[in-house]
Ligand binder design. Structure first.
Ligand code: PEP
Ligand code: MN
Length: 298
C-alpha cells in the first residue's frame, strides 16, 4: 500500500530502480564520447543551436562554441514542437549538415531522437542520442534505446517527478544500455515568471542516489538569456557533471527557441566564468589527460 507518485502500487520507490541506484555501482559511471568523459572529474559543456537550420548557421555556431571551449556540439534535426505549424526540424538533410559542421571543428554530436524508427539513422551520425522531455516516458523508445550501444541523454519530463525520471533511466539500463546521462531541464510549477523552474536539488539528489552522470540545461529551464549564466554557474556549484546550452549567431532570426539562445559572445563569457566556480568545488572544465611522461617533461 503506497500512494507515492510513480509507485504504481508495487515495490517501494527506492527499490524500483535497482540498476540506477548508486549502491549498484558506487564508483560511478563515466560515459565516454570520443575522448570526452562525462561523469569524471572534468566538467563537460555541450552547446549549439536548438535546431539545425542550414549549413551557414550550424557551421558558424559550431566554430564559435568550439573556439570558446565547448566539448560537444548540440543541434536538433527532429524537433518536438508544441504547434504542428512550427518548424519541425530539417530531418535527415539536417543531420548531414550537423555531422559536417561537427567534423570540421572536431566535436562529437548530441541530437534528439523522437521515435524508434529514427534510431538507425541517428546512430549513424550522432554520438549521444537525446531523449527529449516530452518523450521521457515513451517506453517503446526507451526500450529500443536500451538495446543501442551509444550513450543516451535522458531529459527529465516537463512534469515528471524525480522518481519517474529515475524509472525512465531504469528502462534504459534494464535494456542493457549503461551509458546514460541524466539531464535536468526545468519542470512545470505554479511559477510563470520563467519558462520552467530549474530543480537544482534534483541534480544533487540524482548524484547521491544514482551512479549516472547528471547535466543541466539552463536554456530550457529558464527560457531567458539573462538567467542562463547564473543558473549554469549554480549547476556547476551544485555538483552537475556538465551543461547543455543553446547558442545561435543571430537569436532574433532563429527558427526555434531564439528567445533563449545565447549569442556566441555571451556563451564565451559563461565559459570564462565557469572555471572559477568549478575550482571552488574541486572540479575543472574537461580537458584531455596529459600522459604523465609528457606532463613531467613540461
Ligand atoms: C531541446 O533540447 O531543444 C529540447 C526540445 O529540449 P526539451 O526536450 O528539454 O524541451
Ligand atoms: Mn530548444
Amino acid at each position: 500500500m503506497s500512494g507515492k507518485p510513480g509507485d504504481e502500487g508495487g515495490a517501494k520507490p527506492r527499490e524500483s530502480t535497482p540498476r540506477v541506484a548508486r549502491a549498484s555501482k558506487p564508483e560511478g559511471t563515466c560515459v565516454r564520447v570520443g575522448r570526452v568523459e562525462i561523469g569524471g572529474p572534468g566538467f563537460v559543456v555541450m552547446a549549439g543551436p536548438c535546431a539545425v537550420e542550414g549549413l551557414e548557421q550550424t557551421e558558424q555556431t559550431a566554430t564559435a562554441v568550439a573556439a570558446s571551449g565547448a566539448h560537444v556540439l548540440r543541434g536538433g534535426v527532429f524537433k518536438p514542437r508544441t504547434s504542428p505549424y512550427a518548424f519541425q526540424g530539417m530531418g535527415e538533410p539536417g543531420l548531414r549538415v550537423l555531422a559536417e559542421a561537427a567534423r570540421k571543428v572536431g566535436l562529437p554530436i548530441v541530437s534528439e531522437v523522437m521515435e524508434s524508427a529514427q534510431i538507425p539513422l541517428m546512430a549513424e551520425h550522432v554520438d549521444i542520442l537525446q531523449v527529449g522531455a516530452r518523450n521521457m516516458q515513451n517506453f517503446p523508445l526507451l526500450r529500443a534505446l536500451g538495446k543501442v550501444r551509444k550513450p543516451v541523454l535522458l531529459k527529465r519530463g516537463l512534469a515528471a517527478t524525480f522518481q519517474e525520471w529515475m524509472m525512465a533511466a531504469e528502462y534504459l539500463l534494464d535494456g542493457g544500455n549503461e551509458q546514460v546521462i541524466l539531464c535536468e531541464r526545468g519542470i512545470r510549477t505554479f511559477e510563470t515568471a520563467m519558462r520552467n523552474t530549474l530543480d537544482l536539488a534534483a541534480v544533487a539528489l540524482a548524484k547521491q542516489r544514482t551512479h549516472l552522470p547528471v547535466i543541466v540545461d539552463p536554456s530550457h529551464a529558464t527560457g531567458e538569456p539573462e538567467l542562463i549564466q547564473p543558473m549554469a554557474l549554480a549547476a556547476a556549484a551544485a555538483g552537475a557533471d556538465g551543461l547543455i546550452i543553446e547558442v545561435h549567431p543571430r537569436p532574433e532570426q532563429a527558427l526555434c527557441d531564439g528567445q533563449q539562445a545565447l549569442t556566441p559572445e555571451r556563451f564565451q563569457q559563461l565559459m570564462r566564468r565557469l572555471p572559477g566556480v568549478l575550482h571552488a568545488v574541486d572540479r575543472h572544465l574537461w580537458r584531455p589527460e596529459v600522459p604523465a611522461h609528457v606532463a613531467g617533461a613540461r
